[in-house]
Design a protein around this ligand. Sequence first.
Ligand code: ADP
Length: 395
Amino acid sequence: MTRSVFVINAGSSSLKYQLVDVDSGAALAGGLIERIGETTGEAKHQAPGIEKVVERRVIPDHEHAFGWVLRQFDQHGPSLDSAQLLGVGHRVVQGGARFDRAVRIDEDVQQQIEDLAPLAPLHNPANLQGIRSARATFPGYPHVAVFDTAFHLTIPPAAHRYAIEAQVAAEHRIRKYGFHGTSHQFVSRRMAELLGRPLDEVNTIVLHLGNGASATAVRGGRSVETSMGMTPLAGLVMGTRSGDIDPGVIFHLHRVAGLSIDEIDTLLNKRSGLLGMTGTGDMRDVLQAADAGIERAVEALEVVGHRLRGTVGAYLAHLGRTDAIAFTAGIGENAARVREIALEGLEGLGIVLDPERNAGRGERRISADGSAIEVWVVPTNEELEIARQVADLVG
Ligand code: ADP
């Protein structure tokens, strides 16, 4: 019999959902509603065996969005009644130093998510909106918050503390939190399965390379270092985010270039990274441009590769012994060239790619037989990870 979890990722003007069969891992249905609150929204609902539903219509708020979703399940299926819904899982971006695992949502948890909003002003309020509307839409089911940061709360102080005045850091909760935790957890656990070894004996470097990108060093199933920081702006080069930058650049942009703090925020979060360097934030276009010999695309890939190699090298040192490197997410799973440049020249550190395996598709080992450290592509599945955590908690 099916046991399912309804997984929700709510943004300020969007709602992504998936109904997940927790035992088989299959997506029973899913959809995306965009431009909520704008003059025309767009809503899509999809499930195996039914024709994809696409509608353009006004969707004033998240509650109306959920109303639309329920109607799709009623009219087009699959039937929510026969899906044996265990509960509803909510992706919440910032769980602070408080939430080291998924929790059942009550008024107190909602309040704490709200209290953490200053640390994630774009995300937590939107996640909360989703939670409130979903609790109204699915009363009588347990609702669970699964935090992007939770997996990283095992990072030791030496790695999560910033070297700033202690009192300021404490007062404003300034430290490394890290993000993409559900993905890093899913992939590192899967990596141990693929190696056929107990999770607590396996050390993995996970490279989650999507529009947002982060690396995590995982020792025995626990995150010990990660590249994003107090916010998702730190670390690797991303689609539109700069990743690591000298903080002094911000003062310079303000004092000398005359940009306001909000303008600098937009510059670093929305107009930097691949987009800022090449004019497109989409890796497929950057790769195509580089193949065509366009200089700024070639140079951007060099920056991406340099940053990745430096991160891998640092994490090899932090872990002391590394069993595997796992690539995941849109770029990590699909861009052979990026995987190649990420590990180029690391043969002396025991990392050797097999070009033919690297060019293949799907979950697989891509290192050469003699490589001391195995390299794999491991497709991530954040919805399934959220669904499993919900099932573990309430099932
Ligand atoms: P998000 O962080 O939004 O979930 P994804 O994990 O979907 O992002 O990754 C999006 C990125 O993956 C984009 O830069 C896209 O160009 C890249 N990507 C997707 N497919 C390919 C491909 N076949 N080759 C190269 N890059 C790809």
